[in-house]
Design a protein around this ligand. Structure first.
Ligand code: NAD
Length: 261
């Protein structure tokens, strides 16, 4: 079966990557593209016979699954509309707040959704590896996550860095919110045992780099992932879209799609 896809934000970096990645695939087909009413490129043909429109409901009725890499406000509006249409979703937007999460949870009650802060195979493997390393090494090895992204990225730390940090906390068997430290400034004192630090670097056109450090007494382990093209996220999101179209309502992640759960 070919899943019909509505791409949100076709003028954005990821929206364009999703449209490019869909070309030539048999399992998905772009049938709609919806952007903000003030976005450049509305009315332009973005895929074979598909023009960018601002009518969200119109886009949702002509697809099986919508793919959303937009902004927290865009993701919330789309989820609220998709509830009405019981439309399946693939959501990659990061920096979501509690209200956005609630809208997504409401959609997952009536439709299947895949949500992930990172759709690459490599990063999803990293999540398992850091968890295993943290479990084996324990909190005596100081764990830190450093991420680097292009200068246009709005949210920090990245959603992927937070997923990695949470996987380390899970390996330590602790609640992440009790041990997290997002950046340091001023007289922060000696590093408390068990703290998990996350730092963000911004610059240039870096697609996305993440390293988990484990600092031992006289040795250091580093687990790194470097993305050099958005095409890997786009391909992962389309694989998720083809998969989610046949699932019962609920919230899934990339580990479910990849069969790694
Ligand atoms: P971008 O700014 O290049 O594109 C955003 C697009 O969304 C634009 O087309 C914009 O017009 C549209 N948009 C924004 N707000 C909207 C709204 N309220 N309604 C409708 N459309 C709206 O951004 P980008 O670099 O493509 O990233 C988009 C999101 O995807 C970010 O949150 C980013 O962190 C995330 N991202 C996730 C992954 C992943 O694998 N999960 C990978 C890369 C980026």
């Amino acid at each position: 079966m070919t899943a019909r896809i509505c791409v949100l934000g076709p003028s954005g970096r990821m929206g364009r990557a999703v449209i490019d990645a869909a070309a030539g695939r048999g399992d998905v087909r772009i049938t709609a593209a919806v952007d903000r009413s003030d976005a450049g490129g509305l009315g332009a043909e973005v895929a074979d016979g598909v023009r960018a429109i601002a009518d969200l409901d119109g886009g949702l009725v002509s697809c099986d699954v919508y793919v959303d890499f937009t902004s927290p406000a865009g993701t919330r509006a789309a989820a609220e509309a998709a509830v009405r249409h019981r439309r399946a979703a693939v959501i990659g937007t990061t920096g979501l707040g509690a209200g956005d999460d609630a809208a997504i949870a409401a959609l997952a009650e009536v439709a299947p959704i895949v949500i992930a802060a990172n759709f690459s195979l490599g990063v999803n493997l990293v999540l398992g590896l850091v968890r295993q390393a943290a479990r084996a090494l324990g909190p005596e090895w100081d764990a830190e996550v450093v991420e680097t992204h292009h200068r246009a990225k709005r949210d920090a730390p990245s959603g992927t860095a937070l997923m990695i940090a949470r996987a380390i906390a899970a390996g330590h068997g602790v609640d992440y919110d009790q041990v997290k430290r997002h950046t340091r400034d001023g007289d922060v004192g000696p590093r408390p045992r068990g703290e998990i630090g996350v730092s963000a670097v911004r610059g240039g056109d870096v697609v996305g780099e993440h390293t988990a450090y484990f600092f031992g007494a006289a040795e250091r382990l580093e687990i790194s992932h470097r993305a050099t093209s958005r095409s890997i996220f786009a391909a992962g999101a389309l694989r998720a879209a083809a998969w989610v179209a046949g699932q019962p309502p609920g919230r899934y992640d990339m580990l479910d799609v990849l069969g790694l759960q």
